[in-house]
Design a protein around this ligand. Sequence first.
Ligand code: DQA
Length: 162
Amino acid sequence: MAKARKLAAKDGRQASKAGKPVIYVLNGPNLNMLGLRQPEIYGRDTLADVEKLCHKAGTRLGLAVDFRQSNLEGELVTWIQQARTKAAGIVLNAGAYTHTSVALLDALNAAETPCVEVHLSNIHRRENFRHHSYISLAAKGMICGFGPKGYVLALEALADIV
Ligand code: DQA
């Protein structure tokens, strides 16, 4: 009960110590393999490169970027739940969970925190099973096909919203 109340409270913790809106940039399974993984599709940049790019964009836009990656669906669900009180917005590349996870969709709907969905590759030019996204049902919008720049575009979109 106390835990539920804690998650329900919108008490200003969406701002960082420096007073900037906090944006969770969440990455799902296999994105830790960027740079090595199918570079013809995902490019040569590593996840550390993408993180650097996001921090740079965050500084420019006045946002505090909290960048995370997990291969575990449940951990991503927990982070999205925490975003309700700890973040002003979410950039989410859920990797393959995009196409399978009702749990992530439910978490996003419960979080009541604006989310921009990102994919490095253009999922609509790929296999049919990648054309459907559960995340899109809860997202403000979706950016795909522009590689790491998609994360910067998502942060710019959120800067206008939060
Ligand atoms: C991805 C696209 C997904 O279909 C795939 O499972 C990924 C990465 C992308 O960024 O292009 O892991 O989300």
